[in-house]
Design a protein around this ligand. Structure first.
Ligand code: MN
Length: 514
C-alpha cells in the first residue's frame, strides 16, 4: 500500500517575501522560483498581483518561465483583485487562483465590518468569479483557527459548493497547538458536506514556535496540502519551514504514513540560495539546513558515529544535500568541472550565469590556496547576475585606526559608464561608514545603511568573507551582496551594487518605474 501524497505549497515568494528584510527584485524571485521548481514543490505561490505592479510583474514572470509546479496568485474576494490574479497567471502552464477572506469574529468586526452572512456572500462570490477564469481555485478562511467552528464549517461548505477545489484553514496568528489542529481538521473532515472531494490545506505561523508541529498535526487530521516557506520565512515569526516539515514526513514516514514529492537532495542548495539572495543567513543550529545540523562535536558522539552513523544520525546528510567531501577545485579546474560540481551541490547554472561564475572562480583560485565547496556555492548563490553599472569602482584605499587621533578614512575612484570618473574621500566611525560617506560624495546620493551581515565562507585565514547589506538610497531600500577574501572589499562591493541599483532606478522614466 502506498502512502497518501501531501502537496507542498510554497509561499516563500508571497508570505515570505512580504515580511520585512526579505523583499526581492524580480530577478531574485525568478532565481528562487527556479530552485523551487528543482525541488519539485507542487505549488509556487508567486505573489499578490493586486498589491503592486511589481508583484503583478513577478507573478507574470514566474508564470511565463516556470513549468512543472502549479503557479498560484493570491487575491481578496473583490473582482479587481481576482482579475489581476487571472491576468498575471495567463502565461502559466498550470495555474491556481487563491482567494481569501477573514472569517474570525475579531476580523469580521474590526477589519471587515461584515456580518457572518456578508462574509459568506463575499467568499462565495469570490470563488465563483475566480472559477470563471481558472478551474483550480483555493479558498482561505483567514484566521480560520479563531473562527467559530460551526461558522467555519458553514463557510467551507458554501465555498466548496461554489467550486473551490482546495480549502485552506490557516493559523494566521500562530495561536493553535498540535492537538487542537489534529482535532479541528478531523472534525471538519467528518462534518463539512463535500469536503472529501476537495483538498484540505494547512497554513501555520510560528509565533509560538509550533508552525511545523501544527502543520504535521493537521496532516494527521486529514490535511493533504501544507503551505510553507524555505527557511521558515514569512510574516512575523514566519511560516512552517519547508525543509523541516518535508524531512519530518520523510524521516517519520512510519508515523505519518504520507509522502511528499520533494527532491530532498536539493534542500540545502535552496536554503542557501534564499539566504544569499535576501542577505539573511541561516542560524548554525537551524534544523536540517543549519551548518551544525549534521556536525557531531562531542567525543562520545564522534566515537558512536565512527562505529555506526545510525547511533546519532536519524537522517543521512546526503539526503538533504550535504556533501561529504569539502576540498574541491583549483585554478586549473575548467568550466565543465565547475558546472558539474555545482550540479552535485544542487545548483543548475543558467548558461548566462556561467561566464560570471567562472570569472569569479578563477580570481578566487588565484588568491586562495584551497577552494572549498562552500566557496563555489557562495560564488553561485551570491552571483546576482547584476553587477551592472553605471558605476564601477576603479580604486579604493581604506585606513582604519584604533586609538588613533583621527577617524578611519576611505578614498575611492568611481568611473561612470559615460566615461567620467570622480575621486572622493570620506571618514566615519569605521571603515564601512567611511566608504559610505565617500560614495555619498561621489554619487550625490544619500545612503543610510539599515543592516550589515558578514560571515566567513570556509576555513582558514584566507577564507572568503561574504557581506550582505541593506541600505536606503535617497529613501528607497535596496540590497547588495559582496564576496571577497578581504572583508572591507566585500562590503564595498555590496555598497556599490546598492548604489548602482539606485542609480538605474532613478534614471528610469517615472511611468515605467513599476
Ligand atoms: Mn500567512
Amino acid at each position: 500500500m502506498s502512502n497518501d501524497r501531501v502537496l507542498i505549497f510554497d509561499t516563500t515568494l508571497r508570505d515570505g517575501e512580504q515580511s520585512p528584510g526579505f523583499s526581492m527584485s524580480l530577478g531574485q524571485k525568478l532565481r528562487i522560483a527556479r530552485v523551487l521548481s528543482d525541488l519539485k514543490v507542487d505549488v509556487i505561490e508567486a505573489g499578490f498581483p493586486a498589491a503592486s505592479p511589481g508583484d503583478f510583474a513577478a507573478v507574470e514572470a514566474v508564470a511565463s518561465e516556470i513549468k512543472g509546479p502549479t503557479i498560484a496568485a493570491l487575491c481578496r474576494t473583490i473582482p479587481a483583485d481576482i482579475e489581476a490574479a487571472a491576468r498575471s497567471l495567463e502565461p502559466a502552464q498550470s495555474s491556481r487562483i487563491h482567494v481569501f477572506i477573514a472569517t474570525s469574529p475579531i476580523h469580521r468586526k474590526e477589519k471587515l465590518g461584515m456580518s457572518r452572512a456578508e462574509v459568506i456572500q463575499h467568499a462565495v462570490d469570490g470563488v465563483r468569479y475566480a472559477k470563471t477564469a481558472c478551474t483550480d481555485v483555493e479558498f482561505s478562511a483567514e484566521d480560520g483557527i479563531r473562527t467559530e467552528r460551526e461558522f467555519l464549517a458553514e463557510v467551507l461548505q458554501a465555498v466548496i459548493e461554489a467550486g473551490a477545489t482546495t480549502v485552506n484553514i490557516p493559523d494566521t496568528v500562530g495561536y493553535s497547538t498540535p492537538s487542537e489542529m489534529k482535532e479541528l481538521f478531523s472534525w471538519l473532515r467528518a462534518t463539512v458536506p463535500g469536503i472529501g472531494s476537495v483538498c484540505m490545506s494547512t497554513h501555520c505561523h510560528d509565533d509560538l514556535g509550533m508552525a511545523v508541529a501544527n502543520s504535521l498535526a493537521a496532516v494527521e487530521g486529514g490535511a493533504r496540502q501544507i503551505e510553507c516557506a524555505l527557511n521558515g520565512i514569512g510574516e512575523r515569526a514566519g511560516n512552517c519551514a519547508l525543509e523541516e516539515v518535508v524531512m519530518a514526513i520523510r524521516t517519520r514516514a512510519n508515523h505519518y504514513q504520507v509522502d511528499t514529492g520533494i527532491n530532498t537532495r536539493k534542500l540545502m542548495a535552496a536554503s542557501h540560495l534564499l539566504a544569499a539572495v535576501t542577505g539573511n543567513f541561516v542560524p548554525r543550529n537551524k534544523a536540517i539546513v543549519g551548518e551544525n545540523a549534521f556536525a557531531h562535536e562531542s567525543g562520545i558522539h564522534q566515537h558512536g558515529m565512527l562505529a555506526a552513523p545510525e547511533t546519532y544520525e536519524i537522517m543521512k546528510p546526503e539526503d538533504v544535500g550535504v556533501r561529504a567531501s569539502e576540498l574541491i577545485l583549483g585554478k586549473h579546474s575548467g568550466r565543465h568541472a565547475v558546472i558539474e560540481r555545482a550540479r552535485q551541490m544542487g545548483y543548475e547554472l543558467e548558461p548566462g550565469d556561467v561566464p560570471d561564475v567562472m570569472k569569479r572562480f578563477k580570481a578566487l583560485a588565484d588568491s586562495k590556496k584551497r577552494v572549498f565547496d562552500a566557496d563555489l556555492e557562495a560564488i553561485i548563490a551570491g552571483n546576482t547576475g547584476d553587477h551592472r553599472g553605471p558605476w564601477t569602482l576603479g580604486w579604493l584605499s581604506v585606513v582604519t585606526r584604533i586609538n588613533g587621533e583621527s577617524l578611519p578614512t576611505a578614498s575611492l575612484t568611481l568611473s561612470n559608464e559615460e566615461g567620467t570618473s570622480v575621486t572622493q574621500t570620506g571618514d566615519g566611525d569605521g571603515p564601512v561608514a567611511a566608504i559610505v560617506h565617500a560614495l555619498e560624495k561621489a554619487t550625490g546620493m544619500e545612503i543610510t545603511v539599515k543592516s550589515l551581515a558578514m560571515r566567513s565562507i570556509s576555513l582558514g585565514e584566507d577564507a572568503q568573507g561574504e557581506a550582505s547589506i541593506r541600505a536606503s538610497c535617497d529613501g528607497v531600500e535596496y540590497g547588495g551582496h559582496g564576496l571577497s577574501t578581504d572583508i572591507v572589499a566585500a562590503c564595498a562591493e555590496a555598497l556599490l551594487e546598492i548604489v548602482n541599483r539606485a542609480a538605474r532606478q532613478q534614471s528610469q522614466p517615472k511611468s515605467s518605474a513599476a
